[in-house]
Ligand binder design. Structure first.
Ligand code: RTP
Length: 149
């Protein structure tokens, strides 16, 4: 079985507020497999490259400052439709429009402090995973018998 991978990042506010375990719990409970994880102080170049598509937006400089302001937790989660389902677990970009039950809906208020990032498409997940994990990923075999029939 070939399973989709998504890149999920807990932003500096999520790490500083002690919400790492809460986020991991939600992805684990769903049944996704934690393929990679690291706590990382982000170099400015990496933050700029990650959000390169937003370079022309007025909030881009503040967004880069936010991402380099403290350690983030970068992760790769794996499983069926993990990209689209990961976005559902995270909730809408603006936390005031995120449904309760989503990470952003439950834990934050401001779009500029929205706690978490998740890839928005399979292609962007591939780009982001290569960017954040240039060393590559483990090839551990997860035990999936009780997740997939
Ligand atoms: P992300 O990439 O972080 O998962 O967020 P997203 O796809 O839901 O939203 P996107 O439009 O790609 O925006 C990336 C991040 O930029 C910040 N933002 N600030 N001040 C603003 O109006 C504004 N709009 C977006 C947010 O941190 C957003 O997650």
């Amino acid at each position: 079985m070939s399973l989709e991978q998504t890149f999920i990042m807990i932003k500096p506010d999520g790490v500083a507020r002690g919400l790492v375990g809460e986020v991991i719990k939600r992805f684990e409970q769903k049944g996704y497999y934690l393929r990679a994880l690291k706590l990382k102080n982000v170099e400015r170049e990496l933050a700029e490259e990650h959000y390169v598509d937003l370079k022309s937006k007025p909030f881009y400089p503040g967004l880069v400052e936010y991402i380099v302001s403290g350690p983030v937790v970068a992760m790769v989660w794996e499983g069926k439709q993990s990209v689209v389902t990961g976005r559902k677990i995270i909730g809408a970009t603006n936390p005031l429009q995120s449904e309760p039950g989503t990470v952003r809906g439950d834990f934050c208020i401001d779009v500029g402090r929205n706690l978490i990032h998740g890839s928005d498409a399979v292609e962007s997940a591939k780009r982001e995973i290569a960017l954040w994990f240039p060393e590559g990923l483990s090839n551990n075999k997860p035990f999936l018998k009780w997740i997939y029939e």
